[in-house]
Design a protein around this ligand. Structure first.
Ligand SMILES: CC(C)(COP(=O)(O)OP(=O)(O)OC[C@H]1O[C@@H](n2cnc3c(N)ncnc32)[C@H](O)[C@@H]1OP(=O)(O)O)[C@@H](O)C(=O)NCCC(=O)NCCS
Length: 189
């Protein structure tokens, strides 16, 4: 829930930091029929960026992180993520369906032993079919393959669908954060 601050241009968005141990209890990552996995390759960067844009530009997270609201921002963000020293190709996946790329996730080594999920997204027309769950599991298996023992992520409190998905897959809230956003340009009230 957003809380107005003393400065009229600032709103505070409640976010949860969630965590999960990575053990032998991870279910397999299974896609619906007609969808397949594309592992990370640098030539797929623009596909990841475009899918990220399709997934996020109409969502609350694009208000909190404006780069998610435009194509150029998504391209810069994806470029920056893929160049970070902790970038984990094994936890970075595209899902491709009959109409092309439709889901994306990236993984980053946040600190020794801990992987952070970045920007899980499924395009609106493909939601509610288990692709989001499969993508998250696929990234978690990638963390396991590179020897990580714990996964973390952040989610906006009002993002009910994502929260349910994360809880269903064993993530638990460890901390509540408030992200300050200057919304003067997007919310003239
Ligand atoms: C969050 C997000 C990735 C979920 O993707 P998704 O592919 O819809 O996820 P799933 O299909 O695995 O799960 C969504 C729902 O569909 C249901 N579902 C899964 N397979 C299903 C099927 N075959 N038939 C009917 N329902 C199904 C799930 O049970 C789940 O139900 P719930 O909302 O009651 O928990 C997607 O909504 C999204 O991209 N949102 C915008 C970006 C975003 O906010 N990302 C998270 C940032 S933290």
């Amino acid at each position: 829930m957003a809380v107005h601050g003393l400065d009229h241009n600032i709103r505070y968005f409640k976010r949860f930091r969630m965590e999960r141990e990575l053990g032998n209890d991870l279910p397999a990552a299974v896609l619906p029929a007609g969808f397949s996995w594309w592992p990370w390759q640098p030539v797929l960067l623009e596909h990841h960026a475009e899918v990220k844009f399709q997934c996020f530009h109409d969502e609350i997270d694009a208000t909190i992180f404006p780069s998610l609201g435009c194509r150029q921002g998504c391209l810069l963000l994806m470029t920056e993520i893929s160049r970070r020293p902790g970038f984990i190709p094994e936890a970075t996946w595209l899902v491709v369906g009959p109409d092309g790329p439709c889901g994306t996730v990236q993984g980053i080594r946040e600190r020794p032993g801990v992987g952070a999920i970045q920007n899980l997204g499924v395009v609106p027309g493909c939601r509610g079919r288990g692709i989001g769950e499969a993508l998250l599991l696929q990234a978690l298996h990638g963390f396991c393959r590179v020897g990580l023992g714990r996964a973390v992520l952040e989610v906006t409190a009002q993002n009910d669908v994502a929260l349910r998905l994360y809880r269903r897959l064993g993530f638990r809230c460890r901390r509540t954060l408030y992200k300050a956003v200057d919304v003067a340009a997007t919310f003239p009230f």
